[in-house]
Design a protein around this ligand. Structure first.
Ligand SMILES: [Zn+2]
Length: 197
């Protein structure tokens, strides 16, 4: 397929050796995943100014948490960190080259529309039909400090939009109709009261 925005299609973006190094010594415990209703998921996450060891460690722990869940994408606010950092891996750990970690991701352009079912680790038990752009041009920074500018489409583009939504304080519940949203919120309130959430 021809690149739409004049940038090459980049199927895999391998991040730095830092992650590999971390993997050798890392804790095996997954991070806590915050759920819909938790304040951190409503906040606009802050830009990362400096990719220091803390960010590298957070990215590694997020990757492990995402794989363990299992999930195909995770945003830092979902693990309680209000920072603009996302992880994505459609192979769920099967193919190391599929892992994409992006600092300060930003959608430059997008086009096309497609509705698809989405789940979310922060909204467990729900699968909602969400309309997203089919293709997008993403800019961001990789963990090694290099600049990322690449085009994505289909499921990858969908997951990126889903994760970037988290950075802006939105979840899939905010992307459905008012009627459906109030129904889901009511259900979740009930679950919270009974300790199921
Ligand atoms: Zn999510």
């Amino acid at each position: 397929m021809e690149p739409l925005f004049g940038f090459p299609l980049v199927p895999t973006l391998v991040d730095s050796a830092a992650l590999t190094k971390y993997n050798e010594t890392m804790e095996t415990e997954a991070l806590k995943i915050y759920k819909y209703g938790d304040k951190v998921l409503k906040e606009k996450a802050g830009d990362i100014r400096n990719i220091d060891q803390r960010i590298v460690d957070l990215a590694a722990a997020m990757t492990q948490t995402m794989h363990g869940a299992p999930g195909i994408g995770l945003a830092a606010p979902q693990v309680g960190e209000s920072l603009r950092l996302i992880t994505l891996d459609l192979s769920v750990g099967e193919n190391p080259e599929e892992l994409l970690v992006v600092v300060n991701p930003c959608i430059i352009e997008s086009e096309g529309q497609e509705t698809g079912e989405e789940g979310c680790l922060s909204v467990p038990g729900y699968s909602l039909a969400i309309r997203r752009n089919f293709r997008l041009l993403l800019a961001g920074i990789l963990l090694d400090g290099s600049e990322l500018r690449a085009e994505f489409e289909g499921l990858k583009a969908r997951v990126l939009q889903h994760e970037i939504d988290h950075l802006d304080g939105f979840t899939i519940v905010d992307r459905v109709s008012t009627l459906k949203r109030s129904l889901i919120r009511k259900e979740i309130r009930h679950k919270r009261k009974s300790g199921e959430w």
